[in-house]
Design a protein around this ligand. Structure first.
Ligand code: FAD
Length: 324
């Protein structure tokens, strides 16, 4: 028989673990099902912008969030969710190895950045090769960088790097830059940005850290550039096949959410990078996870005829407990 929980969270990145913390802390049964612990946080050896921590790392934050979740009685299973279905008792969550029932679901499956598929690419990841310019550009103050990518991702990457790096090679396949006209005009005015059109990266090299990249233009001419950092901005993959029949997905392939992680399905809430929020960062995912967790908890409370709470703190006066 399927094990039952009041809330099931899909994904153990910052969004899912934060949702789990806020549900489990209300003494409500909560299971987090995830392929791994930490999600994209595993790609962040040096985390500088999570408020309240100095020089932390993504994996350390993931482990801390997991311990916090478990300390409130939450449960964790490492598995892949393959489908979610509506059933009479609520929602049925099927995984590769089992199935579970829940009254409410929080979706936090995040995303995975696309790579170029070059030899050495994974070995040099975070050793000069980066997939998130807004996260890692500050490490390249006064240094030589290159960025390769598509559309708006590439433009944004070029602008961010131009504010920090001494030099930015902006590499793209087409003859002209595509995307927002104001951003293109801004890039074209930057003295430290060199446009490298009709080109792609053939290989990258370096022993401990990235040292150079070789680019090839459409005519087959190869040029080697000495760079300290390469930013790959080829977009990301969000896989929502397991739930796309239940919630509204926008044109970017993200789960459409409104306030407190509401989706188009009343029993399903969502948070983090897989949703339509504008800023894909850990603190935003954690905050939205807290909101979605509380919203899922309140949904379950209302099914029981209880009023729900507005915040995760309370005050006792005499024998009465007031939730805020
Ligand atoms: C290279 C890189 C560097 C970054 N640096 C920073 C930084 O310095 N600061 C910052 O704030 N942000 C940074 N970010 C962004 C940040 O990592 C993300 O915004 C954040 O991790 C999103 O959290 P999330 O919980 O939504 O998703 P994720 O972190 O992507 O986690 C999703 C989780 O869901 C699981 N999952 C997915 N599908 C399923 C399924 N079907 N079944 C079970 N489990 C599933 C995944 O395995 C994963 O554990 C960086 C991102 C990258 C790629």
């Amino acid at each position: 028989m399927a094990q039952e929980y009041e809330v099931i969270v899909v994904g153990a990145g910052p969004a899912g673990l934060s949702a789990g913390i806020f549900v489990a802390r209300q003494k409500t049964s909560c299971l987090v099902i995830s392929k791994d612990l930490g999600g994209q946080m595993n790609l962040i050896p040096k985390l500088e912008n999570y408020p309240g921590t100095l020089m932390s790392s993504g994996p350390l934050l993931a482990k801390t969030l997991e311990s916090q979740f478990l300390s409130f009685g939450g449960e964790m299973i490492y598995d892949t969710v393959t489908t979610i279905e509506e059933v009479e008792e609520g929602m049925k969550v099927k995984t590769n190895r089992s199935e579970y029932l829940a009254k409410s679901i929080v979706l936090a499956p995040g995303k995975v950045p696309n790579s170029l598929g070059l030899e050495n690419e994974s070995a040099l990841s975070n050793k000069g090769v980066h997939y998130c310019t807004k996260c890692d550009a500050p490490f390249y103050q006064g240094r030589v960088t290159a960025t390769v990518g598509v559309g708006g991702y590439l433009l944004e990457s070029g602008i961010l790097l131009s504010r920090m790096a001494s030099k930015v090679y902006l590499i793209y396949k087409g003859g002209a830059l595509g995307g927002d006209k104001d951003m293109i005009a801004s890039i074209e005015k930057k003295e430290n940005v060199q446009l490298v059109p009709q080109s792609s990266i053939k290989n990258i090299s370096g022993t401990n850290n990235l040292q150079s990249i070789t680019i090839m233009d459409n005519a087959g001419k190869e040029t080697t550039l000495q760079v300290d950092g390469l930013f790959i901005e080829m977009g990301s993959k969000i896989n929502l096949d397991f739930v796309k029949h239940l919630v509204k997905i926008n044109s970017k392939g993200e789960i459409e959410v409104s306030e407190a992680g509401k989706t188009s399905h009343p029993a399903i809430f969502a948070a983090g990078d897989a949703t339509s929020i504008p800023y894909k960062q850990i603190v935003a995912a954690a905050g939205d996870g807290a909101n979605a967790g509380l919203a899922a908890f309140n949904y379950v409370e209302r099914l029981k005829g209880r009023p729900g709470i507005r915040a995760d703190w309370k005050k006792t006066i005499g024998d009465t407990v007031f939730h805020y």
